[in-house]
Design a protein around this ligand. Structure first.
Ligand code: ZN
Ligand code: ZN
Ligand code: FE
Length: 763
């Protein structure tokens, strides 16, 4: 039979996912000879055999790739047969030519797989209780890679020479650790180090000491995958309260790590969708409804009836939970808004006053990466924070992008994004950029990912707000690159379009806190006619007064008082004073009447503040999002509560949604002693119904039946659910976010796409 030889180029997420050994096994199965090798980005494979052997090989490859791989394409061309004797795995080659035109991919960190978990818990295994166990299906990637191609010498495991046993596994294509770059065992790999006031211990003693300290109610700094956590017993009210006060964290909830799904189900209600999110390879923190009577202290998540739960995602976490037999608070180790700490030096310097002891290890973290935060909305996962497990894996956004774009994102919950060849590479969650340390970390991270992904940006996109750190960065760039300033809410809508792989035009409903409009005014409750290139403002929520400027965002009662005075003057405020106990309402009322120190702002976020304050649920908030979250959890789907009315003002665009009647009705409810659940329910229904009505008006005007929902307010599942359902029932097509956050963590994607489209239009 005549032999043929095929040369295959396989693209997609094919590096660091055990691709080559899988190809090797399939080749052996199909009986073909040849080789497989990595380039900087793709996998190259040559296979020689009879036509039927080759067909079988190709079919195995496309039907059974390794679990973490994602093949985007296989190019196939026939070349001259070489009579190769066997099938081999070639060492990675730096295919520089290819790298210039190809995408480079960096695999994200993957949570410990089931097979490794079993080994770690099996006293008969040589990796029993070894905290750095991993295989080709799991383990660190993004946080240990120094350079591509992804091979051990270019990771932070380079300094751990393999012992003979590990070497055998690493070199045996039939072994599940074949070419697992971070492979390690107790004989040759990294080890733990525990230190506290009493001394320091290594290895299994370190683990024992850490377990005992935690059991005794201590707070420890624990080095993980992408940084340190502060950990303590979640059921120990005193420890949790102490951690809260040491961290200076206000009421912001802590996330809880539990041993497995059974333990998670004891604390929270878990539906099948939530369970697969909890146990999936990304293992994000999942926000779940709390059960009653769990014994979790109020200090864990004050006032909240949901809790962030996640499962162990490294062997070290697994061992801690296995030995402690109780849920642990695991919160990012940082001082308030600063970036997460990820080196031993920084941990000892910055966390000394926060932690009673340190559980370090000596596998260096090359770059930090925070935990991802997700939830389930309408049966589907949604991401609030996209980081570990997800980033920087690319999202395929659309077919036609022409430029390599670097988009800098927003000022809060920052992510930045590279766009190239229809793929978007979002950085992990960077955080808020007001702190100098956060900004300098942001600059470092951009340089790092630019190098690693081998990006050569042709365009820079950023938010048009002049005071954002990202704007400072864009202006400070010395390269003469074209720069594109993008309106904040247009970026939100474009982000939603891009992740849904559509171009528009749509009716874009962008509801968030605040962003800057084109004339320097504050926007945040927008109805835009938008596509991925341009937008027109067709409607907005009537502006409220931010009384006392920035403080209004932290003190919802200020917005409520301003709205009361705007609708009924000081006279109405006098009647409402009982609802603002302990607040200097008269002094602020005078300012509002005179309009001094007050900034008008369109903001859906501030409407939630207004309702949270009017219902008495939250007068002052101690973290961003507290007021709307408290309001959301008071919603009762079965309540007999008519929506508050927000009529549409105007006969042609831009229309305004007026909140005046809402203020009157809600205040009346409150003064009548109506239950806050009723006020919260009427509010959500009112805003959803009014938004729906305005979409209908715009459909009549514009003939567009597609709506995109974006902006941080749509992290609110109730509003998103009510509005989506109503729109869909009335024959609208609705796009929402699932793969990137609806909030500011997603806007870099929108900025990138808009900049690319605008540049395409330029002559
Ligand atoms: Zn594994
Ligand atoms: Zn070893
Ligand atoms: Fe925003």
């Amino acid at each position: 039979m005549e032999l043929k030889r095929w040369r295959l180029r396989i693209k997609g997420t094919v590096q660091g996912v055990g691709f080559r050994p899988t190809v090797w096994r399939h080749a052996r199965h199909a009986g073909v000879s040849g080789f497989v090798s990595n380039t900087g980005s793709d996998v190259i494979c040559e296979a020689e055999g009879t036509p039927s052997q080759l067909e079988r090989f190709l079919s195995l490859l496309s039907k059974h790739p390794p679990p973490l791989a994602m093949i985007s394409s296989i190019e196939n061309r026939e070349i001259a047969p070489q009579e190769s004797a066997s099938f081999t795995i070639d060492r990675s080659s730096k295919d520089r030519n290819a790298a210039d035109t190809q995408l480079r991919l960096i695999p994200p960190d993957i949570a410990t797989c089931d097979a490794c978990t079993r080994e770690i818990l099996d006293p008969g295994e040589r990796r029993f209780a070894y905290p750095f166990t991993n295989c080709t299906d799991c383990g660190p990637r993004y946080t240990i890679i120094k350079d591509l191609p992804y091979d051990r010498p270019s990771t932070s495991m380079a300094d751990f020479p393999l012992c003979p046993d590990c070497k055998r596994e690493y070199e045996d294509p039939a072994d599940r650790r074949y070419h697992a770059q971070p492979i390690a065992c107790p004989a040759c790999g990294p080890e733990l180090l525990f230190t506290d006031a009493n001394g320091s211990w290594k290895g299994t003693d370190a683990l024992k000491r850490a377990v005992n300290a935690l059991k005794a109610g201590r707070i420890l700094a624990v080095k993980g995958l992408g940084g340190y956590h502060l950990a303590c017993l979640a059921l120990d009210g005193e420890a949790v309260t102490l951690l809260r006060s040491r961290k200076g964290r206000g009421d912001k909830p802590f996330a809880v790590m539990v041993r497995g799904t059974a333990e998670a189900a004891a604390l929270a209600q878990i539906h099948p969708e939530a369970e697969s999110l909890l146990t999936g390879p990304e293992k994000p923190i999942v926000l779940l409804p709390l059960r009653s009577g769990t014994g979790l202290p109020e200090a864990l998540a004050p006032g909240m009836n949901q809790v962030g739960i996640f499962l162990p995602y490294t062997p070290l976490h697994l061992l801690l939970l296995d030995r402690i037999h109780a849920p642990l608070v695991m919160t990012s180790a940082n001082r308030s808004d600063e970036p997460i700490v990820y080196t031993r030096v920084a941990a000892e310097e910055k966390l000394g006053a926060l932690a009673d002891g340190f559980l370090h290890h000596n596998r260096p973290i090359v770059r930090r990466c925070e935990d991802s935060v997700a939830s389930i909305a309408a049966g589907e996962p949604v991401l609030f924070r996209r980081a570990r497990g997800y980033a920087p894996a690319p999202l395929s956004v659309t077919q036609k992008t022409e430029h390599t774009v670097l988009a800098l994102g927003g000022h809060l919950k920052n992510t930045f994004c590279f766009l190239k060849q229809g793929c978007a590479f979002l950085s992990p969650h960077e955080g808020d950029l007001h702190h100098l340390s956060a900004y300098s970390q942001f600059k470092t991270d951009i340089a790092d990912l630019t190098r690693l992904l081998d990006m050569k940006p042709e365009l820079i996109a950023y938010d048009m707000h002049p005071d954002y750190a990202t704007t400072r960065y864009a202006e400070g760039l010395t390269e003469a690159l074209p720069k594109c300033a993008v309106q904040h809410h247009h970026a939100h809508i474009a982000s939603c379009l891009a992740e849904n792989r559509v171009e528009g035009p749509v009716i874009g409903v962008a509801f968030d806190g605040l962003g800057m409009g084109p004339g320097g005014e504050l926007w945040g409750g927008e109805f835009l006619l938008a596509d991925t290139q341009k937008y027109e403002r067709k409607g907005f929520i009537e502006p409220v007064l931010l009384a006392g400027g920035e403080r209004a965002a932290r003190e919802p009662w200020r917005t409520a008082l301003a709205c009361i005075i705007e609708t009924g003057g000081m006279e109405r405020a006098e009647k409402a004073v009982t609802i603002f106990p302990g607040c200097p309402w008269r002094q602020l009322g005078n300012m509002i009447t005179l309009r001094t120190g007050c900034i008008p702002a369109v903001s859906a976020g501030r409407l939630f503040d207004l309702a949270a304050a009017l219902s008495g649920l939250c007068l002052k908030s101690s973290y961003e999002g507290q007021a709307p979250m408290l309001l959301e959890q008071q919603y009762r789907s079965d309540a007999d509560a008519a929506p508050y009315r927000l009529p549409i003002i105007g006969t042609s665009p831009p229309y305004r949604l007026s909140w005046r009647q809402l203020v009157e009705e809600a205040l009346e409810d409150r003064l009548r002693g109506t239950d806050p659940t009723v006020i919260a329910t009427r509010f959500h229904r009112g805003l959803a119904y009014a938004s729906f009505t305005l979409c209908c008006r715009l459909r009549d005007d514009l003939g567009i039946e597609t709506v995109a929902l974006s902006g941080g307010v749509f992290h609110n599942k109730i509003l998103t659910g009510l509005l989506t359902t109503t729109l869909e029932k009335n024959n609208f097509t609705v796009y929402t976010h699932h793969r990137v956050p609806a909030g500011d963590g997603g806007i870099s994607l929108g900025q990138a796409v808009i900049a690319d489209r605008r540049a395409q239009e330029m002559p």
